[in-house]
Design a protein around this ligand. Structure first.
Ligand SMILES: Cc1cc2nc3c(=O)[nH]c(=O)nc-3n(C[C@H](O)[C@H](O)[C@H](O)COP(=O)(O)O)c2cc1C
Length: 327
């Protein structure tokens, strides 16, 4: 077993996290992750109302007696969801871990900490990680340029971002973006992280509540088949490459504005991708690590495989190299 300050602080067996995923982070997946000894997050805003979130947390509790958390993503929005109400539901539900993302975690901390909730804040730069640490979060999840979703605007991949952040972050830190196997886990630990967060890899598991055809698309895709949309608007998102995402890139590169792509990027279309299994129905998040994904295992098989292989990598491959040097 690999034990780190993350596993100790957050009370989970393995240093592996399933971060919030819109339309994907539902009870089935989160409970499977929890039952496998890793830390899964229900995505609050996938639930249309705070009452639905309350029910989803209850559903997850029926499926696992292990710890799990809730992701609260706060992004700029024309008509923001009732964040306060979602936050109140999280507190009332008794969930003890929250993943915040998308904005300054400061305003949420007093309420969560007063309720004994640990906060894992996800960000994409060293300066934001340092700021969150100063504000008093309990852990950092830092997303490199490889990641699905929002990689920020600095374009620093994990190989540099993780050790740069590790130098300045003393609380538990999870490396995110581009991780899909045991090699990535061991590399993240070597780079100074206390564990890894995976999105795309968990999206492509048996328990992930999306259409089988999309999982097969991920297996078939390689590391080049993503697009960075919204770059000119400085709100970059890494998504699967398809006719819709390529059109969005083209329109914005020609000087188009958000209004010109609004219909193409509509969340309802992205949701259809996952429900109907039509990869061309809209925009959907996927990371470069799809090039490392070659199967659709159960979450239990995935975690077991990764943790066993990681231990072999550390003791046999890396340890074996030390032996060779000493003879
Ligand atoms: C389909 C999908 C939806 C996502 N939605 C969210 C979200 O709502 N909030 C969030 O904080 N991160 C979201 N993410 C990002 C993941 O939590 C994670 O940070 C990212 O996937 C890590 O990169 P990886 O895919 O290379 O593992 C999403 C990722 C995917 C693949």
């Amino acid at each position: 077993m690999i034990s780190t300050q993350f596993t100790e602080t957050f009370g989970v067996r393995h240093p592996i996290v399933q971060g919030g995923m819109q339309w994907v982070g539902r009870a089935e997946l989160v409970a499977a992750v929890a039952n496998a000894g890793a830390l899964g997050f229900i995505t609050a805003l996938t639930q249309p109302t705070p009452e639905d979130l309350e029910r989803e947390i209850g559903r997850c509790r029926d499926l696992t007696d292990q710890p799990f958390g809730v992701n609260l993503t706060i992004l700029p929005s024309i008509s923001p969801p009732p964040y306060d109400e979602y936050r109140q539901v999280i507190v009332k539900s008794g969930v003890k871990i929250v993943e915040t993302a998308g904005s300054n975690p400061g305003p949420h901390l007093p309420m969560f900490h007063d309720a004994g909730i640990k906060v894992l804040h996800k960000c994409t730069t060293v300066r934001h990680a340092v700021k969150a640490q100063e504000l008093g979060v309990d852990g950092i999840s830092i997303d490199g340029f490889e990641c699905a979703g929002h990689p920020g605007e600095d374009d620093i991949p994990g190989l540099v971002l993780i050790p740069a952040a590790a130098r300045k972050v003393s609380i538990p830190m999870i490396a995110s973006g581009g991780f899909a196997d045991a090699r990535g886990l061991v590399a993240a630990l070597a780079l100074g992280a206390d564990g890894i967060n995976m999105g795309t890899r968990f999206m492509c598991t048996a328990e992930s509540p999306i259409h089988q055809r999309i999982k097969e698309e991920i297996v078939a895709a390689d590391e080049r088949q993503t697009e960075l949309i919204f770059r000119p608007l400085r709100n970059t998102a890494r998504v699967a490459s398809n006719t819709v995402s390529r059109e969005v890139v083209e329109i914005l590169d020609r000087g188009g504005q958000f209004e010109d792509v609004r219909e193409l990027v509509a969340g309802a279309r992205g949701r259809k991708v996952f429900e109907l299994g039509d990869p061309e129905a809209g925009i959907w998040s996927a990371g470069t690590c799809q090039g490392l994904i070659h199967d659709i295992p159960t979450v239990g098989e995935l975690i077991e495989r990764m943790t066993v292989e990681a231990e072999h990598l550390i003791t046999d491959r890396l340890g074996g190299m030390l032996d060779r040097v000493s003879v």
